[in-house]
Design a protein around this ligand. Structure first.
Ligand code: SF4
Length: 431
């Protein structure tokens, strides 16, 4: 059985699809590439915006049209929110978010797919490598108890649930044995890990660092609240990467109140200041929604000024789009498209300038970069990768051993021509 897994949206969807790939493979199925013919197609949909819904439906229709003989399974947030509307789209099975962890078992049973573990491909390399990836997303948490007014995810993903620590440790050990050097812990509200058990994120990370040999552990997007007391102490272990993606969403407390966010600007600033005081070279990146209903000129000035003070290493700029089913979509004072466009441009320009300044400040420093792409030893001018604090680097590939999925010590010698990445010269080891 040839199985194709198509994933849209967030890293959590990506992590789930990677997990399904392993499980289907263990049942003797062959996981094929996005453009290959397949007997079964599993689409992990996204519904975070109207546009994401349109894209999910397009991929669903295209998959059905291109592979008329293939069975189609749809999961993800579109399946969770609009299951009925998927009937008649050539869909054989809809698996809601609550059942995602059992999707493979449900599929084998519901579609009478023979389980043939004896046929399982036992090559050690992770299927991720066939997809040119060398960083794995590992789902450890799902759901969220909060109700930010713009967010549909909390409705689609349900209440908070935590993956048992032992399972996370086993999954990361498997990935490391399969050649992965870096994993990213993901969840809907990662900081809420353990809220349904007596654990917390700090206990989880400590056990992963103690019980696995993974060289690099990253934290996925983390809401800037509910962080455990001993959170900062975790970074004493150099295997936990000094980069945090903390969604701010707005730099105006007036707007943050309308968003029902749990963190106001002064709390955010204190959190960042504490992290920077304790962790050298800590890189903070963020998400900001532009043009949220009711965002006036003063709110916008505050957002630009606050972002400037926070010195973000990168800003994901999102132009607000009303999502049906959310409270924010019903709020008055929706901001017009022209204003949103102008504000997005202003924030992008600030983000580019700040990133350039942060990168320039790294020149002359040393860093260990994980080179992306396959470990094929192919001669290339350079290899792209990230430093521990998630700064992008083009590693000059003029030294032996500079290939994909390798940790290379480099000296950061300057900025790439694009201005949004560094150039790294491999450190030459004395013969
Ligand atoms: S905390 Fe995050 S996932 Fe939860 S409601 Fe807010 S934006 Fe959505």
């Amino acid at each position: 059985m040839r199985v194709k897994l198509l994933s849209l949206g967030c890293r959590l969807n990506e992590a789930e699809s990677e997990d399904w790939a392993d499980r289907f493979q263990a049942q003797g199925c062959q996981v094929v590439g996005d453009e290959d013919p397949a007997d079964l197609i599993v689409i992990n949909t996204c519904a975070v915006t109207q546009q994401a819904v349109r894209k999910s439906r397009q991929i669903l229709r295209r998959s059905h049209r291109v592979n008329p003989g293939a069975r189609l399974i749809v999961s993800g947030c579109l399946a969770a929110l609009e299951a009925e509307s998927l009937a008649g789209e050539g869909v054989d099975l809809v698996v809601g978010n609550q059942d995602k962890d059992r999707l493979v078992e449900i599929a084998l049973d519901a579609l009478a797919i023979p389980s043939m573990p004896e046929l399982a491909i036992t090559n050690d390399a992770s299927p991720l490598f066939t997809r040119g990836r060398q960083r794995a997303f590992v789902k450890v948490q799902d759901g969220c108890r909060y109700r930010c007014t713009f967010c549909i995810t909390t409705q689609a993903r349900g209440e908070e649930r935590s993956r048992p620590v032992s399972e996370a440790v086993a999954a990361i050990t498997r990935l490391h044995r399969a050649g992965l050097q870096e994993v990213v812990l993901t969840g809907v509200h990662l900081g809420g890990y353990g809220s349904d058990t007596d654990g917390d994120l700090a206990a989880l990370v400590s056990r992963i660092l103690a019980e696995t040999e993974i060289p690099r552990l990253r934290l996925g997007s983390l809401e800037p609240w509910d962080l455990p007391d001993d959170f900062w102490g975790l970074f004493a272990d150099a295997r936990l990467m000094p980069h945090l993606h903390l969604p701010l969403q707005s730099g105006s407390d007036h707007v943050l109140r309308r968003m029902a966010r749990r963190c106001k600007t002064d709390e955010f600033a204190r959190l960042v200041a504490r992290g920077r005081a304790l962790i050298p070279d800590l890189n903070i990146t963020t998400d900001i929604i532009v043009g949220f209903p009711g965002e006036d000129v003063d709110d916008w000035r505050r957002t630009l000024a606050f972002a400037e003070v926070m010195r973000f290493g990168h800003i994901h700029v999102f132009s607000y789009s009303p999502r049906a089913g959310t409270l924010a979509a019903t709020l008055p004072d929706q901001v017009d498209a022209g204003t949103k466009r102008q504000r997005c441009q202003d924030l992008q320009a600030l983000a580019v300038r700040m990133k350039g300044e942060i990168l320039r400040a790294q020149i002359g420093k040393r860093a260990r970069v994980l080179c992306e792409g396959p470990d094929d030893g192919e001669r290339r001018e350079s290899r792209f990768g990230y430093t521990p604090n998630y700064l992008p680097v083009h590693v000059v590939a003029d030294a032996p051993g500079v290939t994909g999925n390798r940790l290379i010590d480099v000296t950061l010698t300057g900025l790439a021509a694009s201005g949004d990445a560094m150039v790294g010269q491999p450190v030459r080891r004395p013969e």
